[in-house]
Structures are given as C-alpha cells and as structure tokens.
Design a protein around this ligand. Structure first.
Ligand SMILES: [Cu+2]
Length: 142
C-alpha cells in the first residue's frame, strides 16, 4: 500500500514537472517573439533624406539625386534624419569636399544605418559625402 502511494506520488511529481516545463517554454517563446517584433520596429527609422542605391558611382549629381531630396527645408529646432539605403558606405559631412567644416559629420554610415541632427540655428547648411565628392546636399533652416 505504501509502495503504491509512493509510486503515485512520483507519477504526480513527473506530471506537475512536465506541465511546469511546457509552461515555461511557452513563456520563453512568447518573449522571443516580442523581441523579434521590437527589433523589426527599430529597423524602420523614419527618414527625411535618403542615400539611394548606386550613388557610389558618379552620375547621381547630374539630376541631383545623390541625396533625396538633395535640398530640404525645415523649421529651426527640428531634426533631420538621413538613412543610407545604398549597399556602400556614405557620410553626411558639413561643408563641401574642398572645404569641409566641423559642424557635423556622421562618419561612415553602414548600409541602412541612420544619422540625425537637430538644427537649432537658422541658415543654409551644405553637406557632402567624404567618400564620394559628387554627393552634395543642403539643409535650409528657417
Ligand atoms: Cu557616399
């Protein structure tokens, strides 16, 4: 009799343990799926200006499409976000290739990397890509 109770007890523990294990895996997989979702959200950065594909070769300057749009007008205090949609590195660097300034410099942006700056002063800000001198753009802050 005691042996029977003991065996039943063990079976009970095994059942409870397996329920607990399956419950915890459910929780884990839920956590994983939420992580994946938030990763997807973080990759969709809202861009104001993009570097389109194939601008690492000269030619885009002919129809002003190295940065799209190549000229953007914003209000003072607003932010501009650039997204590199090309498969090559690019930069957003203040000034021009012949006379760069130290106002801002994104450094080399990886494909699909973004860069944002808030403009607190009005003015016309030229910028270019340090890797591709023909890539030029302008931010007009009003
Ligand atoms: Cu470039």
């Amino acid at each position: 009799m005691i042996k029977k109770i003991f065996v039943l007890g063990i079976i009970g523990i095994v059942i409870i343990a397996s329920i607990a294990v399956s419950f915890s895996t459910t929780v884990e997989s839920d956590l994983e799926s939420t992580t994946v979702e938030s990763d997807l959200e973080s990759t969709t950065v809202e861009s104001d200006v993009i570097m389109p594909s194939k601008v690492s070769r000269p030619g885009c300057e002919e129809d002003d499409r190295c940065y799209i749009p190549s000229k953007i007008s914003i209000e003072k205090g607003k932010q501009v976000t650039w997204v590199n949609e090309d498969s090559a590195f690019h930069s957003v660097t203040s000034g021009s290739y012949d006379s760069p300034t130290t106002l801002f410099d994104s450094g080399h942006l990886d494909p699909f990397e973004s860069y944002s700056i808030t403009f607190d002063e009005s003015g016309i800000f030229d910028y270019f890509c340090t890797l591709h001198p023909w890539m030029m753009g302008q931010v007009v802050v009003e």
